[in-house]
Ligand binder design. Structure first.
Ligand SMILES: *[C@@H]1O[C@H](CO)[C@@H](O)[C@H](O)[C@H]1NC(C)=O
Ligand SMILES: *[C@@H]1O[C@H](CO)[C@@H](O)[C@H](O)[C@H]1NC(C)=O
Length: 307
C-alpha cells in the first residue's frame, strides 16, 4: 500500500513535471515574437557597428546622432569616439552597414538626441532636411551631397526629438515616406513616456511610423519604480491604444547608470512586465539605451530569451 501510493505520487510528479515543461515551452514560444532595438554611436568604447550586429541579439540598430540639422544649419553627424564624420573618417562604415543588413538587421539614422542644435522652421525647411537625409544617408545619392557613412544606404530615420519645437516634424515624416528608391524608408521614433509626447506628438499622429520605442525612463510618473509596475503598465496601455504604428517597444536603460531613473532589474522585467505587455498585438520587444551600457551590464543577454 505504502509503495503503491509512492508509485502513484511519483507518477503524479512526472505528470506535473511534463505539464510544467509543456507550459514553459509554450511560454517561450509565445515570447519569441519580440526583438531588441539598440542605440549605437555615442561611445567609442562600445565595439564596432559590425560587431554589434554580429552578436545576433539586435534586429534593429539606431546609429546616433545627427544632432545638428534644420533652420538653415549645415547638418552635422556625431559618432563620438568611433570616427570623425566631417573629415570623411566614417565612410568606411559602409561595408559594416552592408554586413549588418546581410544578417537582416535594420539600421536607422537617429536624428536629434539630448545634446544638439536642431529645429525645423517651416514646411519648406522640412522638405530641405528630408532631401538631405534622403541623399546623404538613404537611397537618394545625389552626386552633390556628401555621404558621411559612404555609399551604403541605411534603412530609415529614427526621430529622437528632445529639444526645440515640435513644429514641422509631421511634414518631415511625410516627405521621407514619399521617397521610393527600390526599398521603403523606415520611420521610427523614441518619444518620452508622458502622453502625448510634447515634441513628437504631431509627428506620431501621422500614423506613418513603423516602430515606436517609447522611453520609459527619466520620467518617474510613467516608468517603473521599485515595487511599482502599475505606472509603467498603465502608460504602456495608453500608448498602445492611442497611436498607430506597426510595432511598439518598451524603451529602457541597459544599466542603472545609463539614465537618471527607470532602470528595471532583468528578473522584474521578465517575470512581472513582459508577460503583461506582450499581450498587446503591437508589442515589438524592448529598446535599450545603449550598446555601451549593455556591454557593461549584460542586460540584453539576460532578457533576450524572454522577449
Ligand atoms: C538646405 O539644406 C542644406 C543641407 O543639405 C543646408 O546646408 C542649407 O542651408 C539648407 N537651406 C536652407 C534654405 O535652409
Ligand atoms: C532659427 O534660427 C534663428 C536665428 O538663427 C532663430 O532666431 C529662430 O528662433 C530659429 N528658428 C527655429 C524654429 O528654431
Amino acid at each position: 500500500m505504502a509503495s503503491k501510493s509512492h508509485q502513484f505520487n511519483s507518477l503524479f510528479l512526472v505528470i506535473l513535471c511534463l505539464s510544467a515543461i509543456g507550459l514553459s515551452t509554450a511560454r517561450s514560444k509565445s515570447g519569441g515574437s519580440g526583438g531588441i532595438a539598440i542605440y549605437w554611436g555615442q561611445n567609442g568604447n562600445e565595439g564596432t557597428l559590425e560587431a554589434t550586429c554580429a552578436t545576433g541579439k539586435f534586429p534593429y540598430v539606431n546609429v546616433a546622432f545627427l544632432n545638428v540639422f534644420g533652420n538653415g544649419s549645415t547638418p552635422s553627424l556625431n559618432l563620438a569616439g568611433h570616427c570623425d564624420p566631417a573629415s570623411g573618417g566614417c565612410v568606411t562604415l559602409s561595408s559594416q552597414i552592408r554586413s549588418c543588413q546581410k544578417q537582416g538587421v535594420k539600421l536607422m539614422l537617429a536624428i536629434g538626441g539630448g545634446i544638439g542644435t536642431y529645429s525645423l522652421s517651416s514646411k519648406l525647411d522640412a522638405h530641405n532636411v528630408s532631401l538631405y537625409l534622403w541623399n546623404a544617408f538613404l537611397g537618394g545619392k545625389s552626386p552633390s551631397v556628401f555621404r558621411p557613412l559612404g555609399d551604403a544606404s541605411l534603412d530609415g530615420i529614427d526621430f529622437d526629438i528632445e529639444s526645440g519645437s515640435s513644429q514641422f516634424y509631421d511634414d518631415l515624416v511625410r516627405f521621407l515616406k514619399s521617397y521610393r528608391g527600390g526599398r521603403k524608408v523606415y520611420v521610427t521614433g523614441a518619444p518620452q513616456c508622458p502622453f502625448p509626447d510634447r515634441l513628437m506628438g504631431s509627428a506620431l499622429n501621422t500614423g506613418l511610423f513603423d516602430y515606436v520605442w517609447i522611453q520609459f525612463y527619466n520620467n518617474p510618473p510613467c516608468q517603473y519604480t521599485p515595487g511599482n509596475t502599475a505606472n509603467l503598465i498603465n502608460s504602456w496601455n495608453l500608448w498602445t491604444r492611442s497611436i498607430r504604428a506597426k510595432k511598439i517597444f518598451l524603451g529602457l536603460p541597459a544599466a542603472t547608470q545609463a539614465a537618471g531613473s527607470g532602470f528595471i532589474p532583468a528578473d522584474v522585467l521578465t517575470s512581472q512586465i513582459l508577460p503583461i505587455i506582450r499581450k498587446s498585438p503591437k508589442y515589438g520587444g524592448v529598446m535599450l539605451w545603449s550598446k555601451f551600457w549593455d556591454d557593461q551590464s549584460g542586460y540584453s543577454s539576460s532578457i533576450v530569451s524572454s522577449l
